[in-house]
Design a protein around this ligand. Structure first.
Ligand code: BGC
Length: 369
């Protein structure tokens, strides 16, 4: 009888500990602040993140701020008032969140910059892809597609479209691509007919498709209407590539296929790749980005982040980096950087194989899964 009683008591203790643990887990609340629903990828990021955190027993608040910095400030302030234990933020303006970062620091709420770095020391952790490599892959794609290394006396014409200057990533993408292509520009093999090679001149506020479209139409009308051949248009991502591809379709006088780069694997752009209007996209598996974010968040909430060790536990390649992304002069974020890859018309099946896309009924275009 005593033994049974002891067993029952032990069982009751285990059960109460379990429910205590889960109640504790359930009490932790994360605030997830995404920039906008108007650009396709953030819908996927928001969904994956929320799902991941909820499945792991956290409460998750998810907001989208319509690409407006003021709204994001407001959304984050509300989350802080709501008592979140951790903030996960993809900043609309990397330098526009200082007041929220001060409040977070005052409240002792850790901040993880998601995909886009917040330039503030309160954000000590950063999960993203290797952004410089994203640009490098785009530049290398153009280099190979035009066979620039063996061009001899041949010359090619190129234009550039970069991202939003408020987004810390945009400069990394542009520099990665430009560094690969600059030697060919210097040698005269590549010519930027518009003369627009500075980041600020080729940048696209809010990564807007319409803005990229209007600028591309303008360039085509001003520099290519006389039949000058355009060989490549380096675009930093898919939303800008969509505008450029549209301009080439409607306003370019030539008939050659223009190499157009992108980034993200947005559904409309994958269709453009099938149709030959865009040539490649740099793919970043945002489901993996969410998984890594959860692991880093857990470590932060448990009070110990050993980045070197943590990356070894991931199923996907991820570098731990403490020297590339600064939050203020001399201070660097603890960065977890995943590895991007190149998708073209030849390897679209890879996106199906990773389980995030599916073929349509005609097996021609990809759809989201
Ligand atoms: C992201 C890209 C995205 C762009 C526009 C960047 O910060 O890294 O994946 O294309 O924002 O949404």
């Amino acid at each position: 009888m005593k033994k049974i009683l002891a067993l029952v008591l032990a069982l009751a203790l285990v059960l109460s500990l379990c429910s205590f643990a889960s109640a504790e887990g359930a009490k932790k609340k994360v605030g997830i602040s995404m920039p906008t629903q108007s650009l396709e990828r953030w819908n996927r990021d928001g969904t994956y993140l929320k799902e991941q955190f909820e499945a792991a027993g956290y409460d998750a608040i998810l907001t989208y701020s319509d690409n407006k910095n003021d709204q994001q400030v407001n959304d984050i302030d509300n989350m802080l008032s709501d008592g979140v234990d951790l903030l996960i933020v993809s900043a609309i303006d990397g330098e526009g969140l200082n007041t929220c970062m001060d409040s977070a620091a005052e409240k002792g709420v850790p901040v993880l910059s998601y995909d886009r770095l917040i330039i503030n020391d309160a954000s000590k952790y950063y999960v993203s892809f290797d952004n410089y490599t994203v640009g490098k892959l785009q530049g290398q794609y153009v280099e190979t597609a035009l066979d620039l290394a063996n061009a001899g006396d041949k010359t090619f014409n190129i234009e550039f479209t970069a991202g939003d200057p408020a987004d810390n990533n945009a400069g990394y993408f542009f520099n990665g691509a430009f560094d690969v292509l600059k030697p060919y520009i210097d040698a005269g093999t590549l010519k930027v007919v518009s003369g627009q090679t500075e980041f600020q001149a080729v940048a696209t506020a809010q990564w807007s498709t319409d803005t990229a479209l209007a600028r591309a139409q303008n360039i085509l009308a001003s520099y290519y209407a006389d039949g000058t051949q355009l060989d490549a248009w380096l675009c930093s991502n898919d939303s800008t590539a969509a505008g450029v591809a549209q301009a080439i379709e409607s306003d370019y006088a030539g008939t050659n296929a223009v190499v157009v780069t992108g980034q993200d694997g947005d559904i409309a752009n994958l269709a453009n790749i099938v149709d030959g209007k865009q040539t490649m996209t740099v793919y970043k598996n945002v489901a993996n980005e969410a998984v890594v974010t959860l692991a880093v968040a857990k470590a932060i909430l448990e009070g110990e982040v050993n980045g070197e060790e943590l990356v070894k536990t991931f199923d996907v390649p991820c570098a731990f980096d403490t020297t590339s992304y600064f939050t203020s002069e001399g201070n660097f974020a603890n960065s977890f950087l995943l590895v991007p890859s190149v998708i073209t018309a030849d390897n679209l099946q890879e996106l199906v194989d990773i389980g995030l896309y599916q073929w349509d009924a005609d097996q021609k275009y990809l759809l989201a899964k």
